[in-house]
Design a protein around this ligand. Structure first.
Ligand code: TMP
Length: 207
């Protein structure tokens, strides 16, 4: 089973992905926790280029191809072998981020992005996508106060981040059986409990 986390900046998805992986391991599952961009040595190098605030002049399609290159490597090197071995894979961002950020955020053609995505993933689709929703201004404030990485995308305008969020909600509406929308503005333990309940019900073959 492939479980992906999505969300705007500061939605808490990285923390929740880690907590979910720990919880599932505690239940006896073999879990691979990974992230995009990155998750492989090649991908981590690509991540540095993508997130370096000095690369402010990066062309939008260059950005797409770099994220997609990191994804192709991750799918081939980590995700497909893990799924084939019967492991659970938890991934912090996947191709929906490209649709939300480069598609809805930057205004690139969604159909072309789908085509490029399918080449990189070989058509792999997550079984479950947990979308942690948060208002962009609140998320960016959290991000600033949290003192973590402040990347090139964080520097984008609030309007950009609002388009990303609206895009996510549209994507979630298009595939309601795959996406679960979770209010990420609540305290970490509350969000964690909801995520655990959703995932356990899927693993038990429930809805
Ligand atoms: P994060 O690892 O802190 O979530 O940062 C990843 C950043 O990269 C975030 O700003 C979203 C952005 N991103 C894209 O724009 N497109 C993508 O395809 C992916 C995977 C991430």
């Amino acid at each position: 089973m492939l479980i992906t986390f999505e969300g705007p900046e500061g939605s808490g998805k990285t923390t929740q992905a880690r907590l979910l992986a720990e919880h599932l391991r505690g239940l006896g599952y073999e879990v691979i926790l990974t992230r995009e961009p990155g998750g492989t040595p090649v991908g981590d190098q690509i991540r540095q280029i993508l997130h370096d605030p000095a690369n402010a002049g990066m062309y939008a399609w260059t950005e797409v191809f770099l994220y997609t290159a990191s994804r192709a490597q991750l799918v081939a090197e980590v995700i497909r072998p893990a799924l084939a071995a019967g492991k659970l894979v938890v991934c912090d961002r996947f191709y929906d981020s490209t649709l939300a950020y480069q598609g809805y955020g930057r205004g690139l053609d969604l159909e072309v992005l789908w085509q490029i995505t399918r080449i990189a993933t070989g058509g792999l689709v997550p079984d479950l996508t947990l979308y942690l929703d948060i208002q962009p201004d609140e998320g960016l404030t959290r991000r600033l106060l949290g003192g973590g990485e402040w990347n090139r995308l964080d520097q984008e305008t609030l309007a950009f981040h609002r388009r990303v969020r609206a895009g996510y909600l549209e994507l979630a509406g298009m595939e309601p059986e795959r996406w679960v929308v979770i209010d990420g503005a609540r305290p970490i333990p509350e969000v964690r409990r909801e995520i655990q309940a959703v995932v356990e019900s899927r693993l038990d073959g429930g809805d």
